[in-house]
Ligand binder design. Structure first.
Ligand SMILES: CC(C)(COP(=O)(O)OP(=O)(O)OC[C@H]1O[C@@H](n2cnc3c(N)ncnc32)[C@H](O)[C@@H]1OP(=O)(O)O)[C@@H](O)C(=O)NCCC(=O)NCCS
Length: 330
């Protein structure tokens, strides 16, 4: 390969709100327990954004980290993609606010919205295609401020989520973390197992619906999501490994969407990986949606879990039902 043609990640960044909420705090709000949450999900605590923080504040903090890590500034960007289910406003997209906040040039800036927790890895693949076709430097952000939009009285969902943002700059560079293969898919027939159904044209916002709290009701068939997640992440990951002609044993680390420890362990077992190969931080941050993979990848690198030359597998799933996997060489 000609030097400089390698396309991949030029830098990573993350932002985690300061406030830590322990499981015990939920017991005062809903009928639950620290033991139930730990046993069923592996989650021990999560971060909650401050009242004066919004989605774009968090996105900008992670983006600035990724730019600095890349040795770039916002002026160098050719495109911005934000993956989020919890946008700054309904219209326009969060990426427009982020472009203004960063002082980036008047480049295309758009959201991969409502793609659930699989959005960030899919956005990385879109960015790769854009970098390949036009030598662009693309900022990709995964950000969720789920605590602001979820129903704090629904124990089935509220204990699962946390707030965070993660970012990467994708482009050409000799030292880029190379994207070797990426796959993604959607099964729209399973859109009913996870989602937020109020606010669109099917059920527009109304005072009545708001009074009933319906705009915050995340619909979730936990068991169906669990089964689909394991099946889709495992099979999509096998595809990217096959694309490159490597095996699970060749992987230094698997960095999955941190939804639930039991899901992660089931995927690990399905793939035939070892506990040492699986990166887990769901105990600290809960499920942070599209921020979960970039935050985990950033943290794994920061804590020395990834070395130069390592093969690292990303895999995610989310409402849609969407899934996505990507193989990286550091
Ligand atoms: C949600 C999930 C943790 C539930 O775990 P589970 O082992 O499947 O538990 P079940 O659905 O069988 O529920 C068991 C009981 O716990 C109860 N329960 C649910 N949430 C609870 C909570 N926070 N505290 C205490 N009890 C709770 C349920 O009401 C149910 O009670 P019942 O048996 O009296 O009806 C699990 O299904 C899961 O993680 N699914 C994937 C969800 C996900 O990842 N969503 C986000 C995708 S991006």
């Amino acid at each position: 390969m000609v030097p400089g043609t390698r396309v991949g990640l030029l830098g990573l960044g993350a932002y985690l709100p300061e406030r830590v909420m322990e499981n015990d705090e939920w017991t005062a709000l809903v009928d639950t327990s620290d033991e139930w949450i730990r046993k069923r999900t592996g989650i021990q605590r999560r971060r909650i954004a401050a009242d004066d923080e919004s989605t774009v504040d968090m996105a900008a903090a992670a983006a600035l980290g990724a730019l600095e890590d890349s040795g770039l500034t916002a002026r160098d960007l050719d495109e911005i993609i934000v993956a989020t289910d919890t946008p700054e406003v309904f219209i326009p997209d969060t990426a427009a606010f982020l472009q203004a906040r960063l002082g980036a040039p008047e480049v295309p800036a758009y959201d991969l919205g409502s793609s659930g927790c699989a959005g960030f890895v899919l956005a990385l693949d879109v960015a790769r295609a854009r970098a390949l076709s036009g030598d662009r430097k693309v900022l990709v952000v995964g950000v969720e401020l789920l605590s602001r939009l979820m129903n704090w009285e629904d124990r089935n969902t509220c204990v699962l989520f946390g707030d965070a943002a993660g970012a990467a700059v994708v482009g050409r560079g000799e030292n880029a973390v190379e994207i070797l293969s990426a796959r993604a898919g959607t099964d729209g027939t399973r859109s009913d197992i996870l989602g937020l159904e109020v606010g669109g044209t099917r059920a527009p916002f109304s005072l009545d619906r708001a009074r009933r709290g319906e705009h915050k009701n995340i619909v979730m068939d936990g068991r169906a999501v669990f089964r689909e997640a394991v099946e889709r992440m495992a099979s999509c990951s096998t595809q990217v490994l096959d694309d490159v002609g490597v095996t699970v044993q060749d992987l230094a680390l698997i960095v999955p969407h941190q939804a639930n420890l039991r899901i992660l362990e089931a995927v690990r077992d399905r793939l035939g990986a070892t506990p040492e190969q699986l990166y887990v931080n769901v105990q600290e941050y809960g499920n942070t949606g599209s921020a979960s993979v970039p935050v985990a990848l950033w943290e794994a690198r920061e804590t020395g879990r990834i070395k130069t030359g390592d093969l690292v597998l990303l895999t995610a799933f989310g409402a849609g039902f969407h899934w996505s996997s990507m193989l990286l060489r550091f």
